[in-house]
Design a protein around this ligand. Structure first.
Ligand SMILES: [Zn+2]
Length: 422
């Protein structure tokens, strides 16, 4: 695998240029490179290059870099071409640039001839935390304005899930811009039923008001208790941010821009689905469904009402995360996780920093607090709660219900279905 990747990279090329106010500087030297992490940069004059730092991704596909780099100072225009090949699951290439300043506007487009396939293209910071992601075809442009400073900006490229990949030739540019302000969000949790609810390209969905009896006979009469738990879970997750959570029990759907989370209906494959991943909440509002009837099989876990509420509430927070720009992760105590067990989904999950799910990108992580703060802003009234009492270790392991394993066939289809539709 290592050899294959190295060969692919060595077959690629990096063409660098720097657009200055005085004009375009001719192509600068190609850096000595090895492996799949390519350090690229340019400066105004061909100064002797300095040793590159070791790639921060210490996985088997990142051999040590014997290359050298010089970086374009942040907030100067930059125009660069990169090309290469990525083929097969887990393969990727990453081109490293210098520091990024708030307001820097990065663009990635296909050079001619057209791309051989659609690719996943990401921007990562110096900690390999995701700044932006999109699926890029020949006619597409990735454009992102940095919301906060980055010690280093990387452009990563990998095949789209289900694609064999191929060769790419991309133009990467950076111009100076200004940071758009956060866009606060209002969210309406609809437990009152719905009709004609459409999410993505799915058939319109109609469903009655949420009734906990749909979860199983053990929950008859517990509707209000479970609803309160769901609302409390979502409110707790988003309390640090400028997100107002309203519910259908408190009043009708308000006018204006509102993100609506519907609770009802059934899907044979999914627990939840959001209209899309709206990076940095570029369009406040949106719609998502939490298919509450799909949770009925988990009644076999003999969940307490509060546990069922936590499970559904975590799923609601997850779908809301998509509407505010978050992607899937692979850490079971993270709200955006898709890899944990049903018991993980019952337990406490938080919006933290977690490794990316591999179809989002092969490496890197998502810092949900940083992204949400940039997307919607921080709550003007939030005060962090005091330290909670520690949970007795081993108490969960002693719970005989933990031996009841119910598989989650598919928790959320948001990202997958979006990319199927690309
Ligand atoms: Zn999801």
């Amino acid at each position: 695998m290592l050899r294959g990747l190295s060969a692919a990279v060595l077959g690629g090329c990096v063409v660098l240029g720097l657009l200055l106010s005085s004009g375009c500087v001719p192509e600068l030297s190609l850096l000595g490179l090895g492996g799949d992490s390519i350090v690229a940069g340019a400066q105004e004059t061909a100064e002797p290059s300095t040793p590159a730092s070791e790639p921060s991704l210490a996985d088997a596909t990142s051999p040590s870099s014997d290359g050298a780099s010089t970086f374009t100072p942040a907030s100067l225009p930059l125009s660069t071409s990169v090309s290469g090949t990525v083929s097969g699951t887990g393969s990727y290439q990453r081109f490293e640039f210098g520091p990024g300043a708030p307001g820097d506007t990065w663009r990635v487009t296909a050079n001619t001839p057209p791309l051989s396939a659609s690719f996943v293209v990401v921007l990562l910071d110096e900690r390999d935390e995701l700044l932006y992601r999109r699926v890029l075809g020949s006619q597409d442009t990735l454009e992102h304005i940095l919301r906060y400073a980055a010690g280093r900006v990387s452009v990563g490229i990998m095949p789209l899930a289900g694609s064999s990949g191929g060769s790419f030739d991309l133009r990467i540019s950076r111009v100076v811009g200004s940071v758009p302000p956060p866009r606060p969000e209002r969210v309406y949790l609809n437990f009152a039923g719905g009709s004609g609810v459409r999410v993505q390209n799915r058939a319109a969905l109609s469903f009655p008001a949420f009734d906990a009896a749909s979860l199983g006979s053990a929950y008859v009469g517990l509707t209000d208790e479970i609803k309160r738990g769901i609302v409390a879970t979502v409110r707790a997750d988003y309390a640090p941010y400028d997100v107002i959570i309203m519910t259908s029990d408190e009043g009708p759907l308000p006018s204006g821009s509102v993100a609506v989370l519907h609770f009802g209906g059934n899907d044979p494959r999914l627990l939840g689905l959001a209209a899309g991943v709206d990076l940095y909440n570029s369009q406040p509002g949106g719609v998502a469904v939490i298919y509450t009837d799909s949770f009925a099989p988990f009644a076999a876990m003999r969940l307490e009402p509060a546990e069922f509420a936590s499970m559904i509430g975590n799923t609601a927070s997850h779908e809301l995360g998509h509407l505010l720009g978050l992607f899937h992760t692979r850490q079971p105590d993270d709200v955006m996780d898709t890899t944990g067990s049903a018991w993980d989904l019952v337990g406490e999950q938080t919006l933290g920093t977690a490794p990316l799910e591999p179809t989002v990108f092969a490496v890197g992580s998502q810092n949900a607090p940083a992204i949400l703060a940039a997307a919607v802003g921080l709550s003007p009234t939030f005060e962090p709660p005091g330290k909670s009492a520690p949970v007795a270790k081993g108490s969960q392991a002693l719970d005989p219900r933990r031996k009841i394993i119910i598989d989650i066939a598919s928790r959320c289809g948001t990202c997958l279905e979006l990319e199927e539709g690309e």
